[in-house]
Design a protein around this ligand. Structure first.
Ligand SMILES: Cc1cc2nc3c(=O)[nH]c(=O)nc-3n(C[C@H](O)[C@H](O)[C@H](O)COP(=O)(O)O)c2cc1C
Length: 183
């Protein structure tokens, strides 16, 4: 049987992002029967509603197709000024339109937030949940995943070496996979 495809959207577009390292960790621990794949958001031009009537950038089609092709989405986001980064909000908007063609629709989601402070991206996590409600994405409620002081989890090669966090992430991934299987 073909592997079930789950997309990972990383909210940070910077090189060396901790959120991307978390994505790499999850991909390296993909459960059997699944395929976890990154869906890049860095190259999406800023959404403009005019595109919906006058034609949109080719990269929008590609992005929407990639979202459409997966059975669920794991969001891993940092916090920018107590909310989600603009690049992530842009990606959410791009694939939600044109009106009536929201390709996020009904895809089960999971939210992981992290930050280099003790607050762990709580604001971003919940702003994202607010958007996912409107996009009609059923979202895993428990466990909530807030990763504080994320810079301390990795070695010089970007490997996640904090054992407690690694175990927690795998437990959360397992919960998400069970949750997503119901849809
Ligand atoms: C524009 C900007 C705003 C930020 N605002 C917050 C914030 O509100 N809360 C927080 O905990 N960290 C904030 N940070 C720090 C991020 O937690 C830190 O840059 C983190 O490494 C970003 O995640 P990344 O490594 O995945 O890119 C901010 C960073 C930037 C660049």
């Amino acid at each position: 049987m073909a592997a079930k495809r789950i997309g990972i959207v990383v909210g940070s577009i910077r090189k060396g992002a901790y959120t991307k390292k978390i994505a790499d960790f999850l991909i390296a621990h993909t459960p059997e029967g699944y395929q976890l794949e990154l869906i890049e958001i860095a190259d999406l031009p800023l959404y403009n509603q005019d595109y919906d009537t006058s034609g949109s950038p080719a990269v929008y089609d590609d992005f929407r197709q990639k979202v459409k092709a997966v059975a669920g989405i794991i969001f891993i986001t940092p916090e920018h000024n107590r909310s989600i980064p603009a690049a992530l909000k842009n990606a959410l908007d791009v694939a939600s339109r044109p009106y009536g063609k929201n390709v996020w629709n009904a895809k089960p989601a999971m939210v992981i937030s992290s930050s280099i402070s003790g607050i762990s991206g709580f604001g971003a996590n919940h702003h994202l949940r607010q958007v996912l409600t409107f996009l009609n994405m059923p979202t895993l409620q428990q466990p909530e995943v807030y990763l504080a002081n994320v810079q301390d989890y990795f070695d010089d090669n970007g490997q996640l070496v904090n054992k407690e966090t690694a175990a927690f992430l795998l437990e959360a991934l397992d919960a998400y996979i069970s949750f997503a299987a119901k849809f």
